[in-house]
Design a protein around this ligand. Structure first.
Ligand SMILES: Nc1ncnc2c1ncn2[C@@H]1O[C@H](COP(=O)(O)OP(=O)(O)O)[C@@H](O)[C@H]1O
Ligand SMILES: [Mg+2]
Length: 265
């Protein structure tokens, strides 16, 4: 290994964001965003299309510079300690970065070699096992289902064991079965101690996966908390005999308004 791994800076939260601002020309995308993500947790950043989720993730992964505010990942400032941040994270985008021509195992060993890790083959085999891809590992990715591809993509982002993983809309475009496969892969990640920040426009995804949820709307975090905390923001609707708890969708729509729901499939 040519560079020592960046160990978890355990006394720091995995992610800390304060007053983050970003504009594209006149378009103010982030207008003072505050976020804290605890180590080993799954944090869902929920927002409609165009809310600024990808912009925030790109700033946190040092691909984009903020105009104002501060952000730390794994205890490192994204503006001044970019190299350490990049060694602490992986980023998986909406569009899988796997090579179709190669097999699953070849994709994984290639990434391990690019990262100058020893025993690339053993690392690949471990990740294939972990994501239930051992049998598929010898096949070209071109033959994989959408869920298998996305699982392989997540596995590739884990080569080198980054403590913090960003998943930008990990299930957009997947069929229901593939979504469930990805969900269980994400849960397993957090169970193994990795911090996961995922973005999603799907309320049920945040509801199902996340320890904490933040709603990003018009450049700010409108609310954040556990699912139960968010549900408590609305009084339970009284139905004749039973109390109906508000769903996350009720909370989201009451805060963001119905217009934001237009894209939902
Ligand atoms: N590089 C860019 N140049 C100009 N506008 C951008 C750029 N990146 C994103 N935007 C705009 O910023 C807004 C937020 O985009 P994005 O962060 O991708 O939202 P989301 O990921 O929540 O869908 C959108 O209106 C988008 O068009
Ligand atoms: Mg996006």
């Amino acid at each position: 290994m040519s560079t020592p791994p960046v160990t978890d800076r355990a006394d720091h939260p995995a992610i800390r964001v304060r007053g983050l601002e970003k504009s594209f020309k006149d378009l103010k995308v982030l207008r003072g965003v505050d976020v804290d993500v605890a180590r080993g947790s799954i944090f869902a950043l929920l927002g409609s299309n165009g809310a600024g989720k990808t912009t925030l993730v790109r700033i946190l992964s040092t691909l984009l510079k903020a105009d104002g505010g501060r952000a730390e990942v794994n205890g490192f400032d994204v503006a001044s300690r970019g190299a350490e941040v990049r060694e602490s994270i992986s980023l998986t985008g909406q569009f899988a970065a796997v090579d179709e021509i190669l097999t699953g195992r070849e994709n994984l060993t290639m990434v391990a070699r690019l990262r100058h890790l020893k025993d690339a083959g053993a690392i690949a085999d471990r990740l294939l096992r972990r994501f239930s891809l051992t049998e598929a590992g010898a096949r070209r990715v071109a033959t994989y289902s959408g869920g298998m591809r996305r699982r392989l993509d997540i596995a590739m982002s884990l080569v080198g064991d980054p403590p913090v993983v960003f998943l930008d809309e990990p299930t957009t475009g997947l069929d229901p079965e593939a979504r469930l496969e990805v969900w269980s892969a994400v849960k397993e990640l957090a169970a193994a101690g990795t911090t996961v920040l995922l973005t999603t426009q799907y309320l049920d995804e945040a509801e199902h996966l996340a320890d904490r949820i933040a709603i990003l709307h018009e450049g700010r975090i409108l609310v954040h908390g556990t699912l139960d905390e968010l549900k408590r923001l609305l009084p339970p609707a009284k139905v004749e005999y039973v109390e109906k708890q508000p769903t996350l969708e009720d909370v989201f729509l009451s805060l963001v308004g119905t217009a934001a729901n237009g894209e939902k499939r």
